[in-house]
Design a protein around this ligand. Structure first.
Ligand SMILES: [Fe+2]
Length: 597
């Protein structure tokens, strides 16, 4: 039985393929099209999935789409009619785009893949989220919480998964949305919505949540974890380009200029920003106010998620919780849910956002619609494309790049560890690329986390990012508890996917300055030898050489670009950045061998 799941036309388009109950491939379209957050029909991701499964569209038993287009169209239509004429532009743009491809998704899938109508199934947006978490988890029974911006009508749901059944207990509907509340602040703080949310989370660590009282004027939370927004402050329901309105600005002041660099008196002014501006102190103070607002919306979001999780526990009495939807990528909130609610175990699938809907739709079709038994647990995130040694070698040869091939893995890893210890920033590509937004050791940039200046070095050479975004560490799974406040670290799936922010142990904060955030926390990825043997051995080798089984791991991409997929893209990123060494599988390339292009 072959089931292809598809998500598109909203945030991240993606495809996932199940063959006989097992996941064979899953990838977001952006990794192939090279358009960040590409939401168009994921033809390339579909082609990749079919290629990996060794099948053609004719071999597909079903194609499952992640949401119901007509329900979503109804929501857009009714919302714009309710706020007409303020919403005239939303209405016009929605009509123009929806009467194109979006509404006729069944016909589109039919014509693109040549599969008959009877093989096309539809899930619902939040059911896809729920299925993507629960059916990938090792749990037979769990509470499921999904929280995002919006699907068709639902913005949050509470359900229960048992075996192959998903039961929805409660939902919250548009326009009342925790995701859209967070997005309104993302825009207010000068970041792109659906892209800058994690910047708000990083910025929050520099602030104190002194504006929570004002944030609570926008959202009322009930005892049972449900909430309502006061729509007088927002315009996302009646505008195509504004999420908040004048009343919101009267409360929080003017929005932050998106062109500003972010720094505060505590962060200092990073050298890679260039020369200090004359009004440096005023700008620092102004940024501090915005950091305080970021801290306030972050804390309120965490508190709302905590009250939803506590209510989910009260209502279901279950010990385990699955989380999905864009809000499940808020790793600070996830860490608190683990520590501060009675749930004993959490599962979050690495593509918790809308890309993961493709996988969720396929799993929903397989288990809930078709009643097939479960036989799969997502133990790792390596479901993307791999590139064989011959392809890497051909790419290097074609581009006239000098390289050295290491047949002996031990020697290769020693070479990498020597580079890290010498303070080099290393591009690292191996195996299949990761499913979801995080690089987890197959398309990563690696550096030594023990050096205080490494944050600035990586930023200056490669990332060019503001100091509000801490770098994350990869740690050997069995050693994780030594470094991080995460009891039983090896048992936590979300930590495999870098989805918990936890305390860095006091004695290690000073020793791991490049991955310890200003508030003493870190976002570790726990690495196990059974799911990523070479990466685990690399960290082990680094540990043997330095006494520290932790490396700094950030995604292998330049600012604004999707994470690299192919050796060619890695080479091009290498040439255009300050990376000093590039590892492509068994091949090592030095900077001197590549001309900048
Ligand atoms: Fe979603």
């Amino acid at each position: 039985m072959n089931i292809l799941g598809i998500s598109c036309y909203f945030h991240d388009a993606a495809a996932a393929l199940l063959c006989d109950g097992l996941l064979v491939a899953a990838a977001e379209e952006e990794r192939f099209s090279r358009k960040k957050h590409d939401y168009e029909f994921p033809q390339r991701a579909i082609d990749f999935c079919l290629r990996t499964g060794g099948i053609t569209p004719a071999d597909l038993d079903y194609v499952a789409f992640f949401e119901k287009p007509f329900l979503k169209f109804e929501r857009l239509l009714l919302t714009s009619l309710q706020t007409f004429p303020r919403s005239y532009r939303v209405f016009r743009e929605a009509m123009m785009s929806w009467l194109g491809d979006k509404l006729w998704i069944r016909h589109l899938i039919q014509s693109r893949l040549g599969v008959p109508e009877s093989k096309i199934l539809f899930s619902e947006h939040h059911l896809s989220h729920a299925a993507s978490a629960f059916f990938c988890s090792p749990f037979d029974e769990a509470a499921i919480l999904t929280v995002d911006g919006v699907g068709e009508w639902t913005t949050a749901s509470l359900g229960v998964g048992r075996g192959t059944e998903l039961t929805l207990l409660k939902e919250i509907r548009f326009p009342h949305s925790l995701g859209l509340l967070y997005s309104a602040f993302t825009a207010f703080l000068g970041f792109e919505v659906n892209e800058g949310e994690y910047k708000v989370m990083g910025m929050a660590a520099f602030g104190t949540p002194s504006h929570m009282g004002d944030v609570y004027k926008l959202i009322r939370v009930a005892e049972d974890g449900s909430f309502e927004l006061d729509m007088d402050y927002f315009s996302f329901h009646c505008s195509t380009d504004r999420t908040f309105n004048r009343k919101f600005e009267a409360l929080f002041g003017p929005p932050r200029d998106p062109r500003w660099n972010f720094f505060t008196p505590a962060s200092g002014y990073p050298a890679y920003f260039g020369e200090k501006p004359k009004d440096y102190e005023t700008l620092g103070r102004e940024n501090q106010r915005y950091a305080d607002i970021a801290a306030s919306i972050q804390r309120v979001t965490e508190d709302v998620l905590l009250s939803m999780a506590r209510a989910a526990h009260r209502e279901t009495g279950l010990r385990r919780l699955c989380l999905a939807g864009g809000c499940a990528l808020n790793s600070v909130a996830n860490g608190r849910i683990l520590r501060e609610t009675p749930f004993e175990e959490l599962y979050i699938q690495p593509a918790a956002g809308d890309g993961g809907g493709a996988l969720g739709a396929a799993l929903y079709a397989q288990h809930t619609l078709l009643g097939r038994p479960r036989s799969f647990v997502m133990e790792h995130a390596y479901w993307g494309e791999a590139h064989e040694s011959w392809a890497i070698e051909r790419c290097l040869t074609d581009q006239n790049v000098r390289y050295r091939r290491y047949e002996d893995e031990g020697k290769l890893l020693t070479r990498v560890v020597d580079g890290l210890q010498a303070g080099k920033v290393i591009g690292w590509l191996q195996g299949r690329f990761e499913w979801g937004p995080r690089a987890l050791g197959n398309r990563s940039i690696l550096a030594d986390p023990r050096r205080a200046d490494m944050k600035d070095i990586v930023n200056t050479k490669v990332k060019f990012r503001e100091p509000y975004r801490p770098f994350a560490p990869s740690v050997l799974r069995e050693r994780a508890e030594e470094y991080f406040e995460l009891p039983g670290a090896a048992n936590h799936y979300p930590a495999r996917f870098m989805l918990y922010v936890v305390g860095v142990r006091e004695q290690h904060r000073g020793r791991l300055p490049a991955i310890t955030h200003v508030d003493g926390t870190g976002r570790p990825q726990t690495v196990g030898g059974e799911t990523n043997p070479r990466y685990a051995r690399l960290i082990e080798t680094f540990g043997q050489a330095t006494g520290t089984s932790v490396v700094l791991n950030t995604s292998f991409n330049l600012k604004g670009e999707p994470i690299v997929n192919t050796p060619g893209e890695a080479l091009s990123t290498f040439a255009r950045s300050g990376l000093e060494v590039l590892i492509l599988g068994d091949y090592v390339v030095e900077k001197s061998s590549v001309r900048p292009r």
